[in-house]
Design a protein around this ligand. Structure first.
Ligand SMILES: CC(C)(COP(=O)(O)OP(=O)(O)OC[C@H]1O[C@@H](n2cnc3c(N)ncnc32)[C@H](O)[C@@H]1OP(=O)(O)O)[C@@H](O)C(=O)NCCC(=O)NCCS
Length: 152
């Protein structure tokens, strides 16, 4: 499996992955146009020539970025793809100088395993009405540790 930065050509595959988890409210939908124009901020996991996972690093404030649209194809789950995508997003965040990455999710266990702990981010209460639908906001401060991947 390879983890790399997305390109515009990955947009359809990324949208299809995200769409798998939109119906049950886990992820917010993204259009192909949005993904293509923000491809620089997405990472993908590729097996052979198939995109099996994706994640989006979305700037929220100069020192704060959000991990969004984390999705792994059902038949590729449980083999470390999600973990590798989170690590790649963290690495990208460090390279871009964000001090903190957060995720809004119902999956406290998954994010807890990756060092994201519940944290109150007051700006989100005001600006993001959907936050209240989720169990929590999980945040991790970016140190210098863990520069394992080479996604730039
Ligand atoms: C959550 C998701 C990204 C995990 O991807 P994955 O490739 O199956 O995860 P990994 O195989 O890398 O697992 C990494 C670790 O997290 C654990 N884990 C995986 N899915 C988990 C879940 N839903 N809840 C709790 N722990 C989970 C694994 O057991 C593993 O732990 P271990 O290292 O102690 O064995 C994937 O299940 C998915 O796409 N879900 C639907 C969309 C979603 O929920 N996105 C995240 C919310 S924003």
């Amino acid at each position: 499996m390879e983890i790399r930065r997305a390109t515009e050509r990955d947009a359809a595959a990324i949208r299809a992955l995200i769409d798998l988890y939109v119906a049950d409210g886990t992820l917010l939908p993204r259009t192909e146009e949005f993904i293509a124009s923000h491809a620089d901020h997405f990472v993908v996991a590729v097996r052979g020539d198939r995109v099996v996972g994706c994640a989006h690093l979305d700037e929220y404030a100069p020192s704060l970025a959000e991990l969004r649209s984390l999705a792994v194809a059902p038949d590729a789950q449980g083999s470390g793809v999600g973990r590798a995508l989170v690590a790649a997003v963290e690495d990208l965040a460090r390279r871009r100088g964000y001090g903190t990455v957060f995720a809004v999710s119902n999956d406290e266990e998954f994010f807890g395993k990756h060092g994201f702990l519940p944290r109150h981010i007051p700006e989100l209460d005001r600006e993001r009405s959907e936050v209240s639908k989720y169990k929590g906001v999980y945040a991790k401060d970016m140190g210098d540790e863990g520069r394992a991947t080479a996604v730039r």
